[in-house]
Write a protein that binds this ligand. Structure first.
Ligand code: GLP
Length: 261
């Protein structure tokens, strides 16, 4: 795992956008995995800016959502598809039919989960998966105790995650659905490159556990330790509980120029 400690959230966005751009420029049919939440927002803004400047096209790209709430009707402002459309997709030239997400309104959620896995496989798998981390160490909506081999499926959110996400529902925790569909930890681990982004002091605990703690289903983000190409890009406040921060800084500063993130 590579840990990159940056001096600002803006640098996180620059580095993450560089990785996305390199993928797009080096691949015929790039496949992105898109996360919601605050963490990837500045990266989406940077990608949009590069697109507007004519530096980046998403015309050959397809994109898969990490997760979705169950039961929110299409177009609901807090639905993850709506979030990704508003914050990213509708500002770039990603083809309309190239944004995939699990249908949280399906009347057969088990079948929908399997079908979503098949859609990812048919696209050739996800090349680069953007990730954030929840305060309890979740990735996607894989809450603690999620199997490290899990696939896309229905999950029940913890009360803590529902409280964290109430800000997207007018601060009404009761409006946050209890159930979600999420790519599993095993699904996420099959992406070619995992890019976990985190900024701010509130991420320091889960980041330290994910990087330096044991691999455990109780901290689903610790599964990144099993992946051959996982990069964690964080700012100083999110790095403050790491025991080996000096080493990560030194390794990044002395990286051979030919070796990208
Ligand atoms: C939600 C999403 C996760 C995201 C997490 C953290 O639970 N399902 O994918 O990583 O929130 O969000 P934020 O980046 O806003 O802290």
């Amino acid at each position: 795992m590579e840990v990159v400690i940056t001096s600002s959230p803006d640098e996180i966005a620059q580095l993450a956008a560089d990785a996305v751009q390199r993928l797009i420029e080096s691949t015929d049919r790039p496949v992105l995995g898109l996360a919601t939440g605050s963490s990837p927002l500045s990266t989406y803004r940077e990608l949009i800016e590069r697109h507007r400047d004519g530096r980046l096209t998403f015309a050959r790209t397809s994109a898969f959502l990490l997760d979705e709430y169950v039961g929110l009707p299409p177009g609901h402002p807090a639905a993850y598809r709506t979030f990704i459309e508003h914050e990213f997709a509708e500002h770039v030239d990603l083809p309309d039919d190239a944004l995939y997400g699990p249908d949280g309104c399906s009347d057969d959620l088990a079948h929908e989960s399997v079908a979503y896995e098949q859609q990812i496989a048919s696209a050739g798998g996800i090349d680069l998966q953007l990730l954030g981390v929840g305060s309890d160490g979740h990735i996607g909506f894989n809450e603690p105790a999620s199997s490290l081999g899990s696939r896309t499926r229905l999950k029940t959110l913890t009360d803590a995650t529902r409280a964290d996400n109430a800000r997207f529902f007018g601060d009404d925790v009761d409006a946050v659905p209890r159930h979600v569909l999420t790519q599993g930890v095993g699904t996420i681990l099959e992406a070619g490159h995992l890019l976990l982004l985190a900024a701010g002091e509130s991420k320091a605990g889960p980041i330290a556990l994910a990087i330096e703690g044991p691999v455990t289903a109780m901290v689903p983000a610790s599964a990144l330790q099993l992946h051959p190409h996982a990069t964690v890009i964080i700012d100083e406040p999110a790095a403050q509980a790491l025991g080996h921060a000096d080493y990560y800084r030194e390794a990044f500063a002395n990286k051979p120029p030919w070796q990208h993130i």
